[in-house]
Design a protein around this ligand. Structure first.
Ligand SMILES: [Zn+2]
Length: 123
C-alpha cells in the first residue's frame, strides 16, 4: 500500500481513537487493569423514587453506549496495531489485500468486499 495513503489512514484512526476516548471519558472511567475497557459511572440524581428510576434508565443507556464505543475503540486499536506490525489492509478471511477505497472510507475494515458479502453481517 502507498505510504501516503497509509499515513492518511493512520491519522484518521488516531483522530477517531481520541474522539472515542473523549466521548467515553464523559460518562465512564478507564479500567486500569484491562486495555480498552471502561466502567460506566452510575448517575446520582437524588433519592426519590422517580430520581432512582431515572438513574437506572440513564445507567442502562450509558452501558449500551459504552459497549458500542468500546467495540469501535478496539477496532481502531486493532487497525493501528496492524499498521505498526506492517500487516494492515490484509483480509482476515482470505489473506488478500483489502481494497484501498474501502479502507479510506472505513479504516477499521478487516475483511475485503467479497468476503464481507459472503459473510453478511459479520465484519
Ligand atoms: Zn477476503
Amino acid at each position: 500500500m502507498d505510504d501516503k495513503i497509509l499515513n492518511t489512514i493512520k491519522n484518521k484512526l488516531a483522530e477517531e481513537k481520541s474522539h472515542l476516548e473523549n466521548e467515553l471519558a464523559t460518562f465512564a472511567k478507564k479500567d486500569s487493569k484491562i486495555d480498552d475497557n471502561y466502567q460506566t459511572d452510575f448517575p446520582d440524581f437524588g433519592t426519590k423514587d422517580d430520581e432512582n428510576a431515572a438513574e437506572v434508565a440513564t445507567y442502562s443507556d450509558r452501558l449500551s453506549l459504552e459497549h458500542t464505543l468500546e467495540k469501535q475503540l478496539r477496532d481502531v486499536n486493532k487497525a493501528l496495531a496492524s499498521i505498526t506490525k506492517g500487516n494492515y489492509g490484509i483480509c482476515k478471511h482470505c489473506g488478500n489485500s483489502i481494497e484501498e477505497k474501502r479502507l479510506e472510507i472505513r479504516p477499521t475494515s478487516s475483511s475485503c468486499v467479497s468476503c464481507k458479502k459472503k459473510l453478511k453481517g459479520e465484519d
